[in-house]
Design a protein around this ligand. Structure first.
Ligand code: NAP
Length: 252
């Protein structure tokens, strides 16, 4: 028995991620790309085309409004756009309270290796006194630090708390130029923007006389597509807000 394909609207179809997502949805037999909504296009076209899932791969300044619009129109949302803060997430949660049947997945990284690296970082965190993150991206990225780095820092903070660790050791007294990077959940995060890169992250753990490095590289945006497709297929079965693709995976 064949089931009806899930109708999908992609927001940001002309971007680097959005164009790849359109190709991936088009190629999937169980999905149907019914609308492509670019900057300045009318979002109502997604509703008129009967979309059930909206995929947002736009810019941080547009994503929240897009998701709220999708929820108000009875659609699930799969979001890869980064740059979310607590206030914006709270608005999404309020909209979901009004539409408890609907699901929203906000995934800072759809690549399976990046999701695994974040999980591994949480496991390793309790065993190392020091932890720092270096995220490396192409120079057209508009937000820093990356959503993946923020998510990784939160995972490390959870691991450290579970292990009873306090603040990382750091004797720095003066740093007027912020050479020590941003501090996210107590973890120093350094952002590199370099021509030729796509999306990369290193997590450095330091203990007495040893270092553990976790590194993930996305060399091509196709690496994100299995995660995007998984999100589209699963979002209706996960009502409410899910932060991170790990919420849809069995990672133990
Ligand atoms: P990009 O190439 O700049 O594409 C963004 C696209 O969104 C552009 O085509 C832009 O149109 C369009 N846009 C802007 N506002 C819009 C709106 N209101 N409605 C519809 N379209 C709109 O960026 P990208 O590299 O594809 O990245 C997109 C987002 O995904 C970023 O936030 C990035 O950090 C994130 N990202 C996530 C993952 C993940 O795995 N979750 C991986 C990579 C990137 P114009 O060209 O007219 O400006």
């Amino acid at each position: 028995m064949t089931s009806t394909p899930i109708p999908v609207a992609v927001l940001g179809p002309n971007g680097r991620m959005g164009s790849e997502a359109c190709r991936a949805v088009d190629a999937a037999e169980d999905l149907e790309l019914v609308a492509r909504i670019g900057r300045g296009d009318d979002l109502d076209a997604a509703a008129q085309a009967g979309a059930e899932v909206v995929v947002d791969l736009t810019v941080p300044s547009a994503a929240k409004a897009n998701v709220l619009w999708a929820l108000d129109h009875g659609m699930h949302a799969v979001v890869g756009t980064t740059g979310w803060d607590e206030d914006a997430l709270a608005e999404v949660r309020e909209a979901l309270d009004r539409n408890p049947r609907l699901g929203v997945l906000i995934a800072p990284n759809f690549a399976i290796g990046a999701v695994l690296a974040m999980r591994f970082a949480e496991i390793a965190a309790r065993y190392y006194e020091s932890a720092e993150i270096i995220e490396l991206h192409h120079p057209a990225k508009v937000d820093a630090p990356s959503g993946t780095a923020r998510h990784t820092a939160a995972a490390i903070a959870r691991g450290r708390a579970a292990g009873g660790l306090g603040a990382v050791p750091d004797a720095t007294e003066t740093d007027p130029l912020r050479a020590r990077g941003a501090v996210v959940d107590g973890v120093h995060v350094h952002a590199v923007r370099l021509r030729g890169l796509v999306a990369h992250e290193e997590v450095l753990f330091g203990g007495v006389g040893e270092q553990l490095t976790l590194r993930h590289d996305s060399f091509d945006r196709v690496s994100f597509m299995p995660g995007v497709l998984l999100g589209i297929r699963e979002v209706a079965s996960h009502p409410g807000l899910t932060l991170g693709l790990d919420g849809y995976l069995e990672l133990g």
